[in-house]
Ligand binder design. Structure first.
Ligand SMILES: [Fe+2]
Ligand SMILES: [Fe+2]
Length: 411
């Protein structure tokens, strides 16, 4: 593709956390998944790479700007975002409604002011939010318009959504916003403009575990919009080619019936990727760039990959600890999960061909062996899923509806 008419950069989940003391323990709570203690350097590093791109039209930050919407973290993130040498646009994430997440954050920095949705909108009005709303449209120079949706859920949204057990990390697009979207897309189609859609939650499955009936279905239900089917129907009706989202802290791509969902990993988590979109006459070219180094961690990729492998293993072991027969084999199971690199490979989008090496599977008694095989099966099912998906690092999305359907004919 020559002379793209538009270049956009995407930044995922910065989760900025400023230490409140020299030994603030809250920065290290979750070293495997969110590197809170390095979050300022990570965001600054990504912004500096993005600023080196020529002729960038805009940058979209895909939500979860701070740890949990603490005012001091918003102040710092807004200072860093002000250093972007292009217009930038913000998406609201589940962690951007810190006050409204209630009990989840009560124990973290108690008594600290946190922005709720309305305060978030006021705070970023004119510096990332152009129209005094969490959802909006921005017409860029040329034929493209950005449609930014707000999928975050306040306690009122959780009551109103009609989905049982909706939690603070779930996502939903309220009816009034869906109607607004439908009108905007109608309007853009009539004007011959191209709409690109951005939101925090994903709008389709990115693992086999999100399908009803899977043993992890409830654990991962917060990844995807509760009313994704309703949203996708509207997007398809208007020929929207792709939705760009964050929230999963992983590099993922899936497509359903001509609509593509591209998920960008978190700045704050391995593999610290950001994306560059080049939008031309016929296609959107999607590239990934990895942040390789920051001052506090020169070998960022390898160190962060190890932390993530170990961090996810610790989480899994915590759950397995309660399953009696497995208790004796926890060390060996932990080693299997860590050495298989399952979670880092899911996160960096390189899970294609993944199967747990049989040599890593511990030899156990009969009952434990059945359970161990089940765990291996779950890990392997993620690999099998990725076998038939596009490369999430680099892809080309045709803008023609028929060509796009043909290019993304997936199981
Ligand atoms: Fe996040
Ligand atoms: Fe999120």
């Amino acid at each position: 593709m020559t002379n793209p008419s538009l270049k956009l950069a995407l930044i995922g989940d910065p989760h900025l956390a400023v230490p409140q003391a020299a030994d603030d323990p809250l920065l290290e709570i979750d070293p495997g998944r969110k590197l809170h203690g390095l979050s300022q350097e990570l965001l600054a590093g990504v912004i500096s790479e993005i600023n080196a791109v020529d002729n960038l039209s805009a940058v979209v930050i895909l939500g979860d700007l701070t740890r949990d919407s603490e005012i001091f973290n918003h102040q710092r993130v807004s200072e860093l975002l002000a250093g972007i040498n292009a217009p930038y646009y913000l998406v609201l994430g589940n962690h951007d409604l810190g006050l409204e997440r209630g009990g989840v954050v009560d124990k973290i920095y108690p008594g600290i002011e946190r922005l709720d949705r309305g305060q978030f909108i006021d705070f970023y009005s004119g510096r990332g939010l152009p129209q005094g709303s969490g959802y909006y449209r921005a017409d860029l120079p040329g034929p493209c318009s950005l449609i930014v949706l707000d999928s975050s859920m306040s306690p009122q949204d959780r009551q109103a959504c009609g989905f049982k057990d909706a939690g603070p990390d779930d996502g939903w697009i309220e009816p009034v916003q869906l109607r607004w979207l439908d009108e905007q897309l109608e309007d853009l189609q009539a004007a011959g403009r191209r709409a690109l859609v951005f939101m925090h939650h994903s709008c389709m499955d990115h693992s086999p575990a999100e399908r009803p009936g899977h043993v992890l279905h409830r654990t991962l239900k917060f990844w995807q919009l509760l009313n994704a089917a309703e949203l996708n129907q509207i997007l398809r009706r208007h020929g929207v080619p792709a939705v760009f989202s964050g929230h999963l802290h992983a590099q993922c791509v899936n497509a359903e019936d001509g609509l593509v969902n591209v998920v960008t990993s978190a700045t704050v988590s391995y593999p610290h990727a950001w994306r560059l979109l080049s939008i031309g006459q016929d296609s959107i070219e999607v590239e990934s760039r990895l942040l390789r180094s920051i001052p506090s961690c020169p070998e960022l990729q390898s160190s962060s990959r190890e932390w993530m492998a170990q961090g996810m293993t610790d989480i899994i072991l915590q759950k397995l600890r309660d399953i009696g027969p497995l208790a004796r084999h926890l060390d060996a199971l932990g080693e299997m999960v860590t050495r298989s690199q399952w979670w880092p490979r899911f996160s960096d989008g390189s899970l294609r061909g993944f199967r747990v090496d049989p040599a890593l599977v511990p030899k156990t008694d009969f009952v434990s062996n059945l359970m161990t095989q089940q765990i291996v099966q779950i890990l392997n099912s993620f690999g099998a899923w990725q076998d038939s998906r596009p490369d999430p690092g680099q892809l080309s999305i045709p803008l023609d509806d028929d060509k796009r359907r043909e290019a993304f004919r997936l199981p």
